[in-house]
Every structure is written in C-alpha cells, then in structure tokens.
Design a protein around this ligand. Structure first.
Ligand code: ATP
Length: 269
C-alpha cells in the first residue's frame, strides 16, 4: 500500500465544481500534481485559490460525479480521515490563521494540536514525550523556539505564521500546502521565510504554494498552475508561464517580468 501511494500523484482533481448560491466558485477544475512536484498556484483575487485549498483540505466538498468516480484524490486516495491526511499534507491556510488569532493557547500547545488535527489541546489528547520533542524541534526549525510559551493571539503576523508552519510540520509531512503564507510579512521576514521554504523543499517536503506574488516563487518550484474564474487557466513550467504576456493576461494588467538571480519579479506598466 505504501509503495503504491509513493508513486501516486500528490494531487489529482477531476472536474471539480463547487457551487455557492448557484454560482461556481470552482468550475470543472481538473488538475494533477505529480509526487515531489513543487508547484505555485497563481491567480488574481477571486479566482478560486482559497476555495481550491479548502477543497484539498476537506473543508468544503465538490459536486459528486454521476458515475461516482472520485473528484479529489490526495496521494492516490479519495477517502481520508483528516488527522491522517494532515500527517502527510501539512496545511497553512487563511482560515486556519483567522481561527488562531482568537486562540489563547501557547505556541507550543498550538503546535502540539497539529498531532490531533484540532485547534486546541483537549483533555482527551494525550501528549507523550516524543510528541513534545517533535513539537519543540518543529518550533526550532522555523526559528520560533523562543515563542513556545507565548499566547498565540499575542504574536505578530510573522511570528504567528512561523508557529502555524511548525504546527503543519510536526508530522514531518510529505507536502505542505501554503495559502498566501507571506501576507503581512515585512521584506526581511518574508525573505527569511522563503529561505525556510527552500530549506524544506531541499530536504524533501513538496511545496504547494498559493500566491498572487511571482516574487514568492522560490527557485525550487518549477511548476506553475494559473487559475482564473474558478478554472484552470494554464499550467506549465516557469520559463513558459512566468512571462510578461502570460501574467498580463492572467492578472488583466500589462506587466513585465524581471529575473532577480534565481527569483522572478514583475514590473507593472
Ligand atoms: N462562502 C461563499 N459564498 C459565496 N461566494 C464565495 C464564498 N466563498 C468564496 N466565494 C467567492 O468565490 C470566489 C473565489 O473565492 P476565493 O476565496 O477562492 O478566491 P481567491 O483566488 O482565493 O481570492 P483572493 O486572492 O482574493 O484571496 C470569489 O468570487 C468569492 O467571492
């Protein structure tokens, strides 16, 4: 079973449609991401990026197919217990960030709650020494060990982001799904954060990075998916899609693409 899962696509979405008030937020979206394929998911506001994240993390469900065939498979499987899925696919989403803004848990407990796919540590959650050690290591990994005892609601945006990444990392997941992880970070913190993502990618964690900023696409990411109006607008390699014409069409504004070493940037016309 494990061997089969290892070679299965990380993500396989077959004509996913999500409706709200009769309107498609995702419209027959088909998308395949291979194992180990670091991917950036780009799209303008309202293009369906966060909806896609919620679909993958099982917060919302698509319309079912008439023939009963699965719409979303993660690591080759369409049925998951959420805690089990989180152990393989760590998620840092905007919903999760909002939920933790009002939490009164310490950063360490917040990271530990990742073992139980819950928001807080409950009385029925038994934390053993190994978990504690792993949670401390995860905080260390993201440079947040000194925040362990702080109440998460008192952390700055960048500090809280690190704690949420540590929470996603406690299981040492195979992949990380990050929705706008750099929103609200100052330039230095953003660059350090991107270096952390590079480090994770180089040590074998597959990155799925949702963003509207080309500047955040770390060099390890080679595959780009473009969403627009809830549909797959384009997908391909960076050389093909991080191009002035392709990005201008996607974002409806003329822009040029510049290379900054291994990174890309845009200049609006
Ligand atoms: N619960 C909901 N009910 C109705 N419409 C919704 C709901 N959630 C999202 N939408 C709409 O679905 C569309 C896609 O939203 P989504 O949040 O996925 O976009 P996004 O690409 O993540 O945008 P942004 O870059 O602004 O975060 C938007 O038009 C949004 O208004």
């Amino acid at each position: 079973m494990l061997r089969r899962m290892d070679t299965s696509p990380l993500l396989s979405i077959d004509r996913a449609t999500v409706l709200r008030d009769g309107r498609p937020l995702l419209d027959a979206l088909t998308l395949d991401i291979a194992p180990g394929q670091h991917t950036a998911i780009l799209g303008p506001n309202g293009s369906g990026k966060s909806t896609l994240v919620k679909l993958i993390e099982r917060r919302i469900y698509p319309l079912v197919h008439d023939d009963g065939s699965p719409v979303v498979r993660v690591f080759g499987r369409d049925r998951w217990n959420v805690a089990e899925l989180r152990s393989l696919l760590g998620v840092v989403s905007s919903d999760l960030r909002r939920e933790f803004e009002t939490s009164s848990e310490s950063a360490l407990n917040t990271v530990l709650s990742g073992f139980f796919a819950s928001m807080t540590l409950g009385l029925d959650h038994v934390v053993d020494e190994t978990m504690l050690e792993r949670a401390r290591q995860a905080l260390e990994r993201v440079g947040a060990a000194h925040l362990a005892d702080r109440d998460v609601s008192t952390l700055s945006t960048g500090e809280a982001r690190r704690v949420l990444i540590a929470r996603a990392l406690v299981h040492r997941p195979r992949a990380l799904l990050l929705d706008e992880p750099c929103a609200g970070l100052d330039p230095g913190t953003r660059r350090r954060f991107l270096d952390l993502l590079r480090d994770l990618a180089q040590s074998g964690t597959t990155l799925l990075l949702v963003t509207h900023h080309v500047e955040e696409i770390v060099p390890e990411i080679e595959h780009v998916v473009m969403l627009r109006d809830g549909r797959l607008h384009a997908q391909g390699g960076k050389a093909q899609l991080l191009d002035g014409n392709a990005l201008s069409t996607l974002f409806d504004w003329r822009m040029d693409v510049e290379r900054h070493g291994e990174f890309y940037g845009t200049r609006l016309r």
